[in-house]
Design a binder for this molecule. Sequence first.
Ligand code: AHR
Length: 931
Amino acid sequence: MNRKIFLTSLTAAVAIPAAILTTAAFADGGSGLRARPEGPCDIYAAVCTPCVAAHSTTRALSKDYNGPLYQVMRQSDKKTLDIGVVQPSAADAGGYADADAQDEFCKDTYCWVTIIYDQTGNGNDLHQAPRGGFCGNSQGGFNNIPVADWAPVTLMGHKVYGLFINQGMGMRQNNTSGTAVDDLAEGQYWVFNGQHYNNGCCFDYGNAEIDSRDDGDGTMETTYFGVSRGWYYGHGEGPWVMTDQENNLVGCVNDDPNDKFCPTLKSQTARFITAMADGEPHHWRTMSGDAQQGELEVLYDGCRIKNPRSSYDPMRKQGAILLGNGGDNSEASAGTFYEGAMTKGGTFPTAETNQAIQANVVAAGYDVQRLAISASDKTGRPNGLQTFAPKTTGSTSVVFVNTTGAAIDDLELSIVTPRRWKAFVAGTREKSRKVGYTVEPGQRVVVAFDVTSPRKAFNGDLTAKASWTGRNGKCSETAIEKVRNVSPVKINEFKVNGSDSFIELYNAGSRKVNISKWTIKSHSMHMPIVSAINIPAGTKLGPGAYYLLGLSTSGLSVDAAAGDEVIYVRSVRGISEGDEIQIGDEIRKVAAITCPEEEPQNPGWGFPSGLPGGTTTIWQPLPEGPVITIPAGSSNIPLQSVGGFKVGDRMAIGYGTTYPPTSNDLVRYEVVTITEVGTAGNQSYLAADAKPGDTNIKVQSVDGISVGDKIRLDIDSQGHGIETVTVKSIGTASAFHPSWELFDPDADAGTGIDIEEPLKFFHSRNMPFNAHGSGITFEPATKFDHSSNEPVVALVHAIRLDRPLSKSHPVDEAVYDSKAVGVGYEGDVTPDQLYGGPQLDTKHGNITLRDGKGNIVDAVNYGLVVDPWLSEGYHAESGDGMFGSYAPSPDDNHLSAGRYPDGADSDDNKADFRMQSAETYLPTPGRPNRY
Ligand code: AHR
């Protein structure tokens, strides 16, 4: 923040009532320590609109908060660390996040943000968002969790990290306490990056549905930022600050409900933005401003949306808290969050209070990243990754921007390298560059270095270091860039069209590379990874040579043991009785084939799909859960769907998932025999208000509910309370669905459900609840614990062999039938290796190549960014249709995607891969790519 901005913030503060003045950091009575600055929650509390939830990865939002701000989990050993608040010293008021602790903990590995703690003590922490109406990109439809270091900025003169949300990511809390429900008033503010956005639904923060589904107009009320024109819109091209009130991004209210243009809604341009969405009965207000200077402007202040159905007045808020997604877990949005808070249900902050919050944010001094390191051709669009081949030199730049707020001297920039690496200022033998002039506030200094890697393969960090003399004496800061030092073998071309799939590797170097025991993992969106393709010992790839992996006729869908006479496979297409088939290196004849008359259906768009026989998942209950554990020793399991399961069939239940799923570990299966098929789990809603003393509740659906079931109702809020009821008898469901129709008091409400005990609390209509259903019963009992969203597979494709297997074979072992035509890889170049699976996801996936020691050699996200931590490319490109950097998915057109020319790699999946053009250039497995 420069001096001018600092003065502006003090000027803004003068206009605010004394009781809620932002306090600058002055010396604390006698201790010699500087006093911690007040935060927005101190301001809200001073005027009796206390925070009910406060979230930030950058700072404490009240002067007394000393708990953790957020939790990170590192990939290397899955350990977690709470990132706390820096304490005051004589020179520094503290109160900002301890980013140095994160950097130290995450060195040479990847870290994710697993929890953003609620700073109010109400337990409204944000976690990995669960699958809702829409699925995120992670296993079982969870949203991906944000990578911890993708949004560095400066705050209070120090490095801190914001939360970078890309398509498929998001955080949520459905089981909240004290937030506004129904038409209760509430205030909400947030601070975010005004230059990172897209048009995907919906980069929101605030109050939403407790079942992650669209429960109808008015069931959410959040802040929104982006360029969506799907509902309301303002001047110019956007981005706009609006509110999300469900089935509506709202910027204003016009007399004509079909008129969606908001004359007072301006396009936002600031780098950092503060925005507010405050709602109370019949009234809401939106305000926004530049978070680095000045006051907020009122964007809208007036009545609720008018429409003939009065569907937004009164509101029917449910009180969940989301960050980065839409109410129904629409997850196409992008943006960067720094801080935000919500006031207690039933409170409505004044515009003056909001101006005081803005002054506090301005005083906190958000500014751009001070120190950065990237490949020299990517300083404007840093992608966080630089790949070296062993013993090569690359150009890496260190970029310093003076965000200290004052002129500095003695600036020195250097690169701290991993062992045996070398870094010299470009064209010299100097290890650091001393900048021999005073660097003014806002001034940028760039120094290029020649970085040389050693022979040894490595995945880890290059660290930039800056030191300088500023207002408070000597200071220093570090920043990291991920580097790979690996043999130049590339994932060069791939084809994902159903069974005719291949993956081609290419040696882009000038020496032979030993690729023995290298592995390839293919990760389908929503699915766990169950196997790796292993390249056989003794395999070498010459310079300019290709290694082609073709999908086999079929593959094992679960492990097979020595002595097994029946094997379960991905598909039996093309295989006939009497055929000779090869399972790994064993040859058998097909004695009999079993397959379903109809392929089991997957449980709906966006839900896990793609494994043999259709995959469903273990039930995820909302608003409680979202993860439940079914302990080892169980013989029944609740499921999202029971379609495709039959008594007597075998069923595979996945286990080994770690929560949150982070897309790297292998998941395994245990196999059981189905003895009874019951009902699937069901998310439902109350269909009418229920009051204390009632012994009957009206419900939108009775599916999955049985007598004796225990059903949890509601959340903990003013006028509401959580209780668990026992089902006594089951009648009929109500005739309307809340998200499609407005409540009709004359519609048939059904006879509902009788419950054992009278209700203790009031529960308003369309508050969600869930029923686990009676699931599937099986034998033997499980050997392992299982958790919500783990995969469950009906093993519907089976082959009886003429004689038992002599050896055991792993899941995805190739099953090959030379007589099968039109299934498996069909190209004219003979593959170097057949693989039985996993079959590549036909739309979105990730393919990762690792060397024999586990170093990542190359990785491709295609279709979408499925594994953000494995991504290659710049993800902050903003505007319509910007969902991050990924290779095209050549899904339905029997083409392939590949690098052109072969081996070209600029560490950017989007730039490096092209899709084949239809007529002229067909896939080229095992040969040079053409476009
Ligand atoms: O209101 C806009 C969006 O519509 C909501 O966020 C989502 O739940 C629905 O799809």
